[in-house]
Write a protein that binds this ligand. Structure first.
Ligand code: AMP
Length: 389
């Protein structure tokens, strides 16, 4: 997802720049002003509540704004991203926006402030008033709107300056020049965005080989916590020695140790186009840990794939594997296989359901032969890369 907010006084050219941004980045446009005007024209309860305030150039209550924004976002669950025009306009709305983004498991990528001096705004709005038919495009109301902007909206900039997702552009230049500066800033944000995939699937679903192949094909870092622990053991590191002891006693490697490994991997792969996680998160606790780690590195999960294979087929595959050289220590008996499948069912499936609340989980049928499944997974991934383009 790519989420942008356009900021600036009335008449700064937010509407004009929106047209470019919507088309170029395939964003869903949310202009609170437009929505309010529509409500007003349709004489809805909300429109009637807001009419008087809009006519005077005041700001409509945050209570009304949160309702219209939430409704619009909810009605567009498949949006590639949102472009906010005229929102947030108060400190409270800045917090509302943060909350909404968290709910969608995304964030505001950029707030673009188009800067225009007061007299220029007034002149532009008076000119617009000659044709716009808007009841608030007359000098007295314009001055009020600008006062509201100075007093209530401008201070909101500090909120975003602190978060580092803010850019200012001089709005008194040729439209094309403003657009080009905005395009550069957005492209920079896009270049930093990573594609982070979590690959779910029961043991024997093929997630290991698929994960590795995907990582290679799309130049992503493959994060398999199991492999990472094995490597530590092989290298005889302090962590490896501890992990080996735990393995030998039949205990699980504690989350604290796994966190260190993932953190290190992410730290060492700053340039990566993204990560593909396999075998992690396996529990609800781990899913919160992963969200936390990614947040710390200013990134998020943006694709979840679940490989589905019928249980009987999975048992058949694991049983077959146990008779080959690829046999893993945990494949050696029916008891162990059943235990792993049960763990997956009881602990990991709830994690997939948790993600389902906020993400669109792509379910891929993993029954077919490897290449065919790989094609299905690739299609899913390519659609996500497109969303980042
Ligand atoms: P705009 O089209 O963005 O200039 O908005 C026109 C008018 O709608 C404003 O002067 C406000 O009265 C009202 N309005 C639009 N967006 C908001 C908002 N986010 N918060 C409060 N009032 C708003």
């Amino acid at each position: 997802m790519l989420n942008i907010a356009l900021f600036g006084p009335p008449g700064a050219g937010k509407g004009t720049q929106s047209e470019f941004l919507i088309k170029k980045y395939n964003l869903f446009y949310i202009s609170t002003g437009d929505i309010l005007r529509r409500e007003l024209a349709e004489e809805t309860k909300l429109g009637l509540q807001a009419k008087h305030i809009i006519a005077q150039g005041g700001l409509v209550s945050d209570e009304i704004i949160v309702q219209i924004i939430e409704k619009t976002i909810k009605n567009n669950p498949d949006a590639n991203g949102f472009l906010f025009d005229g929102f947030p306009r108060t400190f409270v709305q800045a917090y509302i926006l943060e909350g909404l983004m968290i709910k969608l498991n995304t964030k505001l990528d950029l707030l673009i402030s188009i800067e225009v001096p007061e007299e220029e705004s007034v002149n532009r709005l008076l000119l617009r008033g000659e044709t716009s038919g808007r009841l608030d495009d007359n000098e007295e109301v314009i001055r009020n709107r600008l006062r509201e902007y100075d007093e209530k909206t401008k201070p909101v900039l500090d909120f975003f300056k602190e978060r580092g997702n803010y850019m200012a552009v001089n709005g008194v230049q040729k439209i094309k020049k403003v657009t080009s500066e905005i395009r550069k800033a957005v492209n920079k944000v896009l270049a930093r965005k990573q594609l982070n995939i979590v690959l779910f699937g029961s043991p024997g679903s093929g997630r290991g080989s698929l994960g590795r192949a995907i990582a290679e094909k799309y130049k992503l870092e493959f994060v398999s916590t199991g492999d990472m622990i094995d490597e530590e053991i092989l290298r005889g590191t302090t962590l490896g020695i501890k992990a080996k002891e735990l393995y030998e006693n039949g205990e699980l490697v504690p989350d604290e140790m796994v966190i260190q490994l993932i953190e290190r991997k992410i730290e060492n792969s700053k340039k990566a186009k993204g990560f593909i996680f396999k075998g992690y998160p396996r529990t609800l606790v781990q899913s919160y840990i992963l969200d936390g780690i990614l947040k710390k590195h200013d990134t998020i999960i943006n694709k979840i794939i679940e490989i589905k294979v019928d249980t009987l087929e999975v048992i058949r595959r694991l049983d077959n594997r146990s008779k080959t050289e690829a046999c893993m220590p945990y494949d050696t008996s029916t008891e162990k296989i059943v235990k792993r499948l049960q763990e997956h069912q009881e602990k990991t499936l709830p994690v997939v359901d948790k993600y389902r609340e906020f993400h669109d989980v792509a379910v891929v049928d993993g029954t077919d032969e490897f290449d065919k499944v790989m094609d299905l997974v690739s299609t899913e991934i390519e659609s996500s890369f497109k969303a980042l383009d």
